[in-house]
Design a binder for this molecule. Structure first.
Ligand SMILES: [Zn+2]
Length: 270
């Protein structure tokens, strides 16, 4: 077994003999560090076995129990032991759509250990078993497109490019929160002409996907997907719109629409 300090936790000296782990939050503070402790910390920085650590301690004339005592103090900041995971256990996220944002999202999720795939057909087995999907569209997402994810019970996040901003969200939790049909009904409540306009826009490309816009949209979406895979519910009842010119972000809350029926609610007779 190799012991090593967690490389993600930064170390900073508070004084010549006091070492703090973590900057924004002090995870651990070690006082009165001896010369032997410092040498063992150097070894632990690179990773070292117990016998290697004992050798470092002996050379620094520390007692035989010094390595174990130091490791006990360092427990909160040691790197977790790597557990080899079989390839098939990586969660699959399907990107339903193309473009710069989709490409960046696939790359970012891949680096985070997610098996993100795009270009799949509806009969691909991964479509039915995906842990989540991301639906990328312009102006509005065609009902038949998002209903396919709803029917498969796959949580799906919408990224919709408009002509002034890109909207990321909501992250539809089938049967438990507002769906993209609910969003369309809310937009119709605000503007009765929305359904007529939406049908003209389903296949139109907003053409506003610059590298900066793609970076911002894929960033918001990537964090939401990773949160979902950890069991979180980020954006499940809200969306974040990023302005193309200013980059300003605006959050909107969404509620299920009684006329949609996606939650098994009675249809609004009005
Ligand atoms: Zn709905």
């Amino acid at each position: 077994m190799v012991y090593a300090l967690d490389p993600r936790i930064h170390r900073v000296w508070r004084s010549p003999s006091t070492l703090q782990f973590g900057v924004d939050t002090a995870v651990l503070t070690l006082d009165d560090l001896s010369n032997a402790d410092e040498r063992m910390l150097v070894a632990l920085d690179a990773g070292v076995t117990m016998s290697g650590l004992q050798m470092v301690a002996r050379r620094a004339r520390a007692g035989a129990g010094a390595p174990a005592r130091l490791l006990e103090r360092l427990a909160p900041v040691l790197a977790p032991q790597p557990e080899p995971e079989p390839e098939c256990e990586r969660p699959v996220v399907v990107i339903d759509g193309a473009g710069q944002t989709a490409a960046r999202l696939i790359e970012a999720l891949g680096e985070a250990g997610v098996d993100a795939r795009s270009g799949l057909t509806w009969d691909d087995p991964a479509v039915d078993t995906a842990a989540a999907a991301v639906v990328v569209g312009s102006f509005a997402v065609e009902p038949e497109r998002h209903r396919r994810w709803l029917r498969r019970d796959v949580p799906h996040l919408a990224i919709v490019f408009g002509d002034e901003r890109v909207r990321v969200g909501p992250f539809v939790d089938p049967g438990a929160g507002p769906c993209l049909g609910c969003v369309d009904l809310r937009l119709t409540d605000a503007d009765p002409a929305w359904p007529a306009m939406a049908t003209q826009l389903y296949t139109r490309d907003a053409r506003r996907e610059t590298p900066l816009v793609a970076a911002a949209a894929s960033g918001v979406a990537g964090f939401a997907v990773l949160d979902r895979l950890r069991g979180g519910r980020a954006l499940s009842r809200s969306s974040v719109a990023v302005d193309y010119v200013t980059g300003a972000r605006e959050e909107t809350d969404w509620a299920a629409h009684p006329g949609c029926g996606c939650l098994g609610l009675p249809a609004d007779p009005a």
